[in-house]
Ligand binder design. Structure first.
Ligand SMILES: Cc1cc2nc3c(=O)[nH]c(=O)nc-3n(C[C@H](O)[C@H](O)[C@H](O)COP(=O)(O)O)c2cc1C
Length: 307
């Protein structure tokens, strides 16, 4: 073989190697593009916040407005299932200043201008496509979308949603990634802790990798009820494992009766924010920096709001 032929073959081999490197680089770029969210995570929205936690039946518009009146920074809706939400029709009631998402003759979600930049819709789902379809319908009327991976009830078991997805981390990641990559509002989720702290930390790191803006943590296991002490140290360990804001939850019965208690719970758990459920049921003015109000005054304020 002549010198020129050898040179030619060598050059062709080098070209092939270079082309292969280019293809690998393009593939990497494609991966990055596919996994990069429509908007960067807006973590600061969830920093230093005192939040009304999601509550089925209770976390409707009147209670959310009451919590905001007393000083809550953000309010979560009750859990709304993607399966139902995707069938809703959006209508405006100009007389009452309401936006209604109606399914049949039932308002699944009602909102208004006063909570526009403060309300997070919590969704129950186990299907990435359905979750996206439902979230797209409401994203212009809410601050953010949260997915509930913390519900331990028999209904959640039946529908395989909530905390019953915590042992299916691939599906958790698929749902969150689908939402983060395709919505124009921040996405968060709420979890419970797992029996093995190592598995919990692995899970939260995977959740963080989806690009969610914050992580709500109810510091109890799926099988634990309110009579079991909240796992403060596990919430703390989670805050050390991720760099997105952690919203600590589960402190109502042991720790939280006043606004100052909320701040102490935040410090105790090393979290950036706290969400409160049962203490807010007991007296929604728990969010007041100047102290809780007598319950008759809270009832008066509630009645004024709904009338
Ligand atoms: C009446 C009621 C309804 C609840 N509904 C929901 C819900 O829809 N979604 C959710 O993630 N958690 C729900 N939870 C759990 C709370 O958000 C919260 O995680 C739990 O009560 C622990 O917080 P706490 O100690 O502040 O009460 C509910 C709790 C109560 C008491």
């Amino acid at each position: 073989m002549g010198f020129l032929n050898v040179l030619h073959i060598k050059l062709r081999q080098q070209t092939v190697v270079k082309l292969q490197a280019c293809i690998r680089l393009l593939k990497k770029l494609e991966d990055i593009c596919l996994s990069s969210p429509l908007q960067p995570a807006q973590s600061n929205l969830y920093e230093g916040k005192v939040i009304l936690a999601p509550m089925v039946k209770l976390g409707r518009l009147p209670m959310r407005l009451l919590a905001l009146k007393y000083g809550a920074d953000l309010v979560y809706t009750d859990e709304i299932f993607s399966q139902q939400l995707k069938h809703c029709t959006r209508t405006k009631d100009d007389r009452l200043g309401l936006v209604n998402f109606t399914c049949g003759d039932f308002h699944l979600f009602q909102t208004c201008a006063a909570e526009r930049k403060k309300v997070i819709l919590q969704m129950g789902t186990n299907d990435p496509d359905e979750a996206l379809e439902a979230a797209k319908l409401v994203q212009n009327d809410v601050l953010g979308i949260d997915v509930n991976f913390g519900c331990p009830t028999p209904n959640a078991e039946l529908s395989q949603t909530g905390a019953f997805l915590l042992n299916r981390p691939d599906l958790v990641v698929q749902i969150l990634r689908k939402l983060v990559n395709n919505l124009s509002v921040p996405v968060t989720c709420k979890i419970r802790v797992l029996p093995d702290i190592k598995e919990t930390l692995e899970l939260v790191r995977r959740i963080e990798s989806t690009g969610v803006s914050a992580l709500g943590v109810h510091g109890r296991l799926r099988v634990e009820r309110r009579n079991v002490a909240v796992r403060v140290n596990e919430i703390k360990a989670i805050t050390e494992a991720v760099s997105i804001p952690v919203i600590a939850n589960g402190g109502s019965l042991e720790y939280i009766n006043t606004f100052d208690d909320i701040i102490h719970f935040r410090e105790k758990t090393n979290s950036l924010s706290v969400m409160v459920a049962q203490s807010a049921i007991k007296n929604t003015s728990v969010f007041r920096k100047n102290g809780v109000l007598p319950i008759h005054k809270v009832i008066q304020d509630y009645v004024t709001l709904v009338s």
